[in-house]
Design a protein around this ligand. Structure first.
Ligand code: ZN
Length: 321
């Protein structure tokens, strides 16, 4: 047995198998039980999100989405061919966050007796799904929302279908990072209601580990390769490279130059009013607008456009979950 591998006996079915020593979790290839490598006796719920878009459907999404991009090459639709599709499953941790900052009960006079009344504090609950590793073929945008529905229990029979990436982040560490903003919010609400007389109650739960499918798709356009990443469960295009039309590049370049010259002239005119000397103003204005020109040149001198999914655009672009 090689050095980086440890031998495990499945705590559920008793089968023996090898697990790389870097793994936080191991899944038995025979019965599908997942357990923490450092605590084999503690079984972990392991879920799998279903693949609702196969590689052909994912490639079609990539093509359709590319056609929506501003400045895409005119002959894109007819000069593009499929190259490859690589399916990978990203490990996720699922948490149910439930935190409270309760104001301590106050005693108030109610006739003869003192009655304890409940003063409201802050309460936060959330269902949080977050990547369990940073080592991904393509980044997942911060705040990307994974659907709460559509998961089922993990079965070893599906292992052949794609590349299963391993969780590498410490789940306890991730759990406390995930809870932190909710705790802070609950506490600040309690502080408004009752100052510093609050107690924190945390009944958050670690639900388990899940694997979530993505496609890394590649296509070719006029001899060059372009990559795209598609959420294989709900069809969101997360990342897309596409060819930019040569005509649009020329227009973009001209507009960039015109903007720079215009800003230069306006800058010059203002400077003239202030200093009655045109030349330094022109230079100053042109220099001030140089970053804009650089961005414009970079965008249009490149033949490759890039789209990156932003969670704020979700409502506009994402298919129905
Ligand atoms: Zn087993």
């Amino acid at each position: 047995m090689s050095e980086g591998v440890a031998r495990f006996t499945c705590p559920f079915c008793g089968a023996g198998f090898a697990v790389p020593k870097t793994f936080v979790y191991a899944t038995c290839p025979y019965c599908g039980t997942t357990f923490r490598v450092d605590k084999p006796e503690a079984q972990v719920e392991h879920y799998l999100f279903s693949v609702n878009f196969d590689k052909n459907a994912a490639y079609k999404l990539v093509k359709d989405f590319t056609l929506l991009q501003v400045g895409v090459a005119e002959d894109f639709e007819h000069s593009t061919e499929f190259v490859s599709a690589y399916q990978y499953f990203v490990p996720l941790y699922i948490f149910e966050v439930s935190v409270k900052a309760l104001c301590k009960g106050e005693k108030v006079e109610a006739g003869e007796e003192k009655v304890e009344i409940d003063v409201h504090g802050g309460e936060e609950t959330a269902y949080v799904i977050t990547p369990a590793t940073h080592a991904l073929p393509a980044g997942i945008p911060q705040g990307y929302s994974f659907p709460a529905r559509g998961r089922r229990f993990f079965k070893p029979s599906v292992l052949k279908d794609g590349v299963y990436l391993q969780p590498s982040l410490d789940p306890e560490q991730v759990f406390s990072t995930v809870k932190e903003p909710y705790l802070r919010k609950a506490i600040s609400e309690a502080q408004i209601a009752c100052g510093s007389a609050y107690e924190v109650a945390d009944s958050s739960k670690y639900i388990g580990l899940a694997h979530y499918p993505f496609w890394l798709t590649k296509y070719r356009y006029r001899g060059r390769e372009y990559a795209a990443v598609v959420d294989a469960s709900d069809g969101t295009v997360l990342y897309l490279e596409y060819p930019i039309s040569t005509r649009k590049r020329a227009i973009g370049l001209a507009m960039g130059l015109a903007t720079t010259l215009f800003a230069g002239l306006v800058g010059g005119a203002i400077a003239t009013l202030l200093t009655k000397s045109f030349t330094p103003g022109l230079t100053g204005g042109a220099i001030a607008s140089l970053p804009a020109l650089v961005v414009s040149l970079q965008t249009f001198a490149k033949s490759k456009g890039v789209y990156r999914f932003k969670p704020s655009e979700e409502a506009i672009f994402a298919p129905v979950r």
